[in-house]
Design a binder for this molecule. Structure first.
Ligand code: DGY
Length: 327
């Protein structure tokens, strides 16, 4: 009906300024409690909404889309990763999917560097020592870590975030290497000072630090499987700010325990849950998926969601439409 406002259901709390703007523009239902919706609640939400605004904590599979009926027109995901949504089925059913790329690139790349430094320079151990008040002053041999300048960094996935990591790593004096589905344009490679490896196996076996920056798709699931992890140098460190599913976490945990890999910095976990055995390891830094967690980033993600919905409402293609062939 002309003039009627779109009905929008938001599954989690978003920054106040984003929620306020959504309320101004749409007939919006917010989740004041921030408790994640279960499967049934998500299906119900999709039945009564024109637009659903989910996050990575909401799995939306084909069966749920089939049960949702015909009202839903757009899933405007609050987040860049869409591995929790069956995008192909959504498309078949005429439901568009959009995401929020670009605005979390710098924050996630910063967190990648933070993890590299936290592991190699033993920052959490240093903090624990100070907080536990067992520090007896400076010593020439205490708390020695490894210098990152001159080390070889292998970036697995050279999209926006991988390239932002490359820029930062170069500024830290690291040698930048990468593996990607497609080789970058030579000019970009030169600009980044990055060396391309066609063979992931060969790159993995020669790096001092490996950073996972590719999205989770069917073809990257367990890309770092047990066989590949075994190719890493025992002195090497792996960091992951992308998705836990790209690494076989059980295999990684076993190898970290056995000292076959020197350390890991993990912001993401398989199925979004931390393997309890990882918590016991001293050579591992764990973070609660906070790569994009800046006030600025989260507000900009909200703005992207609003622009995608508004453009769709105005009869145009949302700027961040996700199509299955991109995945
Ligand atoms: C995303 O947007 O997919 C990020 O993982 C959130 O931090």
């Amino acid at each position: 009906m002309p003039g009627e406002r779109l009905s929008v259901v938001v599954t989690r709390r978003l920054p106040d300024v984003v929620e306020a703007r959504l309320k101004e523009l749409f007939d919006v239902e917010l989740n004041e409690t921030d408790v994640p919706m279960d499967r049934a609640a998500l299906v119900e939400a999709m039945r009564r909404a024109d637009i659903l605004v989910p996050t990575l904590t909401d799995t939306i599979d084909g069966a749920m889309l089939a049960a949702a009926g015909d009202r839903l027109k757009l899933i405007a995901n609050y987040g860049a990763g869409v591995d929790h949504i069956d995008v192909a089925t959504a498309r078949q059913r005429g439901v568009h999917v959009s995401n929020t790329p670009g605005v979390l690139t710098d924050d996630t790349a910063d967190m990648t560097m933070a993890l590299i430094l936290a592991v190699t320079r033993r920052i959490p151990e240093g903090l624990a020592r100070m907080q536990g008040s067992d520090w007896n002053g400076w010593s020439p041999t205490a708390m020695l870590g490894g210098r990152i300048a001159g080390r070889r960094l292998g970036i697995l996935g050279m999209g926006r975030i991988g390239q932002a990591v490359a820029r930062r790593a170069a500024a830290f004096g690291m040698q930048v290497h990468y593996h990607n589905r497609r080789r970058l344009h030579r000019g970009i490679e030169e600009d980044l000072g990055a060396t391309w490896w066609d063979s992931l196996d060969q790159m993995v076996s020669r790096m001092d630090i490996l950073s996972v920056n590719c999205p989770h798709t069917p073809s990257t699931f367990h890309l770092m499987n047990a066989r590949r992890l075994k190719l890493m140098k025992p002195s090497a460190v792996i960091v992951n700010t992308s998705r836990g599913e790209v690494i076989d976490e059980n295999a990684l945990t076993r190898m970290l325990r056995a000292g076959e890999i020197a350390g890991a910095g993990l912001d993401v976990f398989e199925n979004g849950e931390v393997n309890p055995r990882l918590r016991e390891l001293e050579n591992v830094v764990l973070l609660p998926h906070m790569g994009s967690a800046t006030v600025e980033g989260r507000v900009e993600m909200g703005e992207k969601v609003i622009i995608n919905i508004k453009t769709f409402d105005d009869g145009h293609r949302p700027p961040d439409l996700v199509v299955p062939s991109m995945l």
